[in-house]
Design a protein around this ligand. Structure first.
Ligand code: OAD
Length: 238
């Protein structure tokens, strides 16, 4: 009797257009905490203080200290077998798009090319005055950092209540609507509009494969729910 992972693998093998949506769970085995699972950031800290424009306006130094600590921790990590499996999948697929909510840059580091970053990038700094962006992977000694124009820099990530990068969700939606398969890995699927890509795929022609040790609100609707860590399961889809 075929196991779900075998059936999922044959769907992936036959798919011409593959879309993937990832979340913090795919980086968990690299050593980066998630947001909502055990030990996740939002279990111990208030996202209102750390991940909203209002929190930043109230105390930019406090917010920057948290981001800088995360930057330092992420700098110590490496992509895991799950990130590498997605690169291998991209290399052999006719069409492949990876949509990620992650800001850690591990998909880039692994070698993913066709990547849509819905929530920005923790290595990008953006000026709150002139809007100029720069990539800076160095340790930031003085917090908050400032731009050449004198404006305060902020992390180039999307905070709660903010718009996603221009065109990102539109592009991701178009990819999902035309995909043969959507692989959803390591996301609790609780943050919108990213999570809306899953019902969008379910309403269109795509098979949906969920990779997650835990169930999510969409688990009962997906084509295959593969329960386990992504660094183990994603390589099995190759
Ligand atoms: P969450 O922390 O909400 O969810 C992480 C998911 O990963 C959970 O469903 C876990 O069960 C799953 N998980 C844990 N370990 C895993 C593993 N080894 N392999 C696979 N899955 C695993 O993170 P996201 O869904 O990414 O946004 O959260 C979405 C957004 O909320 C983030 O981008 C961030 C956060 O607030 C902003 O900061 C704007």
């Amino acid at each position: 009797m075929p196991q779900p992972v075998d059936s999922a693998r044959s769907i992936v093998r036959d798919a011409k257009r593959i879309a993937v949506l990832t979340g913090a769970g795919v980086s968990a085995e690299s050593g980066i905490p998630t947001f909502r699972s055990n030990g996740g950031f939002w279990q111990n800290q208030r996202f209102e203080d750390l991940a909203t424009p209002q929190g930043f306006a109230r105390d930019p130094k406090f917010v920057w200290q948290w981001y800088e600590e995360r930057r330092r921790n992420i700098a110590e990590t490496k992509p895991n077998a799950g990130h590498h499996a997605l690169v291998a999948l991209e290399n052999r697929a006719e069409q492949f798009t990876l949509v990620t909510q992650n800001v850690d840059g591990l998909h880039d580091l692994a070698g993913s090319k066709n990547l849509i970053k819905l929530h920005g990038d923790i290595w990008t700094l953006r000026c709150t005055k002139c809007n100029k962006e720069k990539v800076d992977r160095t340790e930031l000694a003085d917090l908050p950092p400032y731009c050449d124009c004198g404006g305060m820099l902020r992390p180039g990530v999307v905070w709660f209540g903010e718009m996603l990068p221009e065109g990102a969700i539109e592009k991701a939606s178009a990819v999902v609507v035309s995909a043969d398969v959507l692989i959803v890995a390591g996301t609790s699927a609780q943050v919108y509009p990213a999570a809306a890509l899953i019902p969008l795929a379910l309403r269109s022609r795509a098979a949906v494969i969920e990779v997650n040790p835990e169930e999510t609100d969409f688990s009962s609707d997906v084509t295959f729910g593969l329960r386990g860590p992504s660094a183990t399961i994603l390589p099995q889809l190759l």
